[in-house]
Design a protein around this ligand. Structure first.
Ligand SMILES: [Zn+2]
Ligand SMILES: [Zn+2]
Ligand SMILES: [Zn+2]
Length: 258
């Protein structure tokens, strides 16, 4: 196999690198910032898209737990045996907004799980995620979450299938949809964990060049930490080896002795 690498299906480009046909790289007004396509590394996704997708799926359970917790004081009497009634909007809109956001995240992840089961070549023989604790319509569609463990199980089920997802035509859509949902929801209801995030001083983002990196120690995720660029126009997430490389570079540049 000596196929030339294909570009990331999300249309990502390499900042600062240009196609030979680029005509606006040196333009005085609004010059091109980089138009060379980023190579797909996992399936049809580039390394950045893949790490973003993985990190969003890893973040979802903690975010859902956070949203359920925030909503708790606002939820009125909720007879556990009759989940349908207390969630019925006709009963007077007692569903807290944070719970609605948790439902949206769970339902979206569940719809991707459903698509995987439908399209994966082994899907017919696969056991889907355990749905105990999810909220279903009477017709069986997953529309939300009642117990956080349901989201944890769903994400644990999704995680090993992400490389397969990355090879599908809809990989970019999945990446974008989950990415914007998790980002918007975390921005609206920031997690307590984010208080532990600290700005990294003295290291510039490899993508946008700003000193805009945040470091968060994570627990229970695939990575021991989360390093990301908080410049909203960039949002780059660093893998462990990229972060090691960035630190090594800083050490060399400044003559630090590690
Ligand atoms: Zn260009
Ligand atoms: Zn990409
Ligand atoms: Zn950046």
């Amino acid at each position: 196999m000596s196929e030339a690498p294909s570009p990331c299906i999300s249309g990502c480009t390499v900042r600062g690198d240009h196609r030979t046909t680029c005509e606006t790289r040196d333009a005085k007004v609004d010059p091109c910032k980089g138009c060379l396509p980023r190579d797909a590394e996992t399936g049809l996704l580039c390394a950045w898209c893949m790490s973003r997708l993985t990190s969003d799926v890893a973040t979802a359970p903690a975010l859902v737990a956070h949203l359920r917790e925030i909503g708790e004081p606002y939820a009125q009497v909720a007879p556990p045996s009759d989940t349908r009634t207390y969630r019925d909007p006709a009963e007077g809109g007692i569903l807290p907004a944070a719970w609605g956001a948790a439902d949206e995240i769970h339902a979206d992840l569940a719809s991707w799980a459903l698509l995987i089961l439908e399209e994966h070549p082994l899907g017919a023989g696969m056991v889907g995620p355990d749905e105990v604790g999810a909220w279903h319509t009477r017709y069986g569609a997953t529309v939300g979450v009642i117990e956080v463990r349901a989201t944890e199980r769903l994400c644990a089920w999704l995680r090993p299938l992400l490389p397969w997802c990355a090879a599908q035509e809809w990989a970019a859509e999945m990446r974008r949809e989950l990415g914007s949902m998790i980002a918007t929801t975390s921005a609206r209801w920031p997690m307590q964990d984010s208080e532990k995030a600290r700005a990294v001083v003295g290291v510039r983002c490899a993508r946008c060049g700003f000193e805009s990196l945040d470091y968060t120690p994570t627990k229970g995720a695939d990575l021991p930490f989360d390093v990301r660029c908080v410049n909203p126009e960039c949002g780059r997430i660093y893998t462990e080896s990229e972060w090691d490389a960035a630190l090594a570079k800083m050490t060399v540049e400044r003559g630090y002795v590690a």
